[in-house]
Design a protein around this ligand. Structure first.
Ligand code: GRF
Length: 194
């Protein structure tokens, strides 16, 4: 039986290493998803290069060119639906999405966050974990809900924090785990749709 791959839009703002991990996972013929579209709100995001290298359509939608968040999000929605994408993966996308957009994509939009949610929500989770002095942190893939970093959890991985760890070393250890759990989580939710 030929697997019908679900089309995915990945939203980025920068480096794109999680995007790359999803692209690589989707190269497997048994993976239930295909990365069909990459959208960046920043024209200099390195992830755009990764998309191009893999012959994936990549577009820049600069939020600064829109007079309101609603207009920016309408454009996002149109491009994603025009391309027949059924799921949105946020991968280092540095814009907060409004409730209207998020509710439209209920159960179809997921995010990766570098902490063990519900601990250390927000913009500096790695630094916050170090400063708090927790002995373990990690990463979480979760459904996106209107409240920041709060939707139902799909997958997590734990990372031990060693006494000599700093923000950079911990971020790197967490990132390695991110690259494992994001494809795993995407597979879980696509299999539910199939
Ligand atoms: C990752 O740490 C992810 O958890 C967070 O933003 C970072 C994006 O990194 N949401 P990359 O662009 O995927 O390399």
């Amino acid at each position: 039986m030929i697997l019908k791959k679900i089309k995915i839009a990945v939203l980025i703002s920068g480096r794109g290493s999680n995007l790359e991990s999803l692209i690589n996972a989707a190269k497997n013929k048994n993976f239930p998803a295909e990365i069909a579209l990459v959208i960046s709100n920043k024209s200099d995001a390195y992830g755009l290069e990764i998309a191009k290298k893999n012959s994936i359509e990549a577009v820049v939608i600069d939020h600064k060119k829109f007079s309101s968040r609603t207009q920016f999000e309408s454009k996002l929605h149109k491009i994603i639906t025009d391309k027949n994408c059924q799921i949105i993966c946020l991968a280092g996308f540095m814009r907060i999405l409004g409730a209207r957009f998020v509710n439209k994509w209920h159960d179809k939009i997921i995010n990766i966050h570098p902490s063990l949610l519900p601990s250390f929500k927000g913009a500096n989770p790695v630094e916050d974990a170090i400063n708090y002095g927790v002995k373990y942190s990690g990463c979480t893939v979760h459904y996106v809900s209107p409240e920041l970093d709060s939707g139902p959890i799909i997958e997590q991985a734990v990372v031990k924090i060693l006494p000599l760890d700093n923000k950079e070393s911990l971020a790197l250890k967490i990132l390695k785990e991110e690259h494992k759990i994001y494809p795993k989580a995407l597979k879980i939710i696509c299999n539910k749709l199939n």
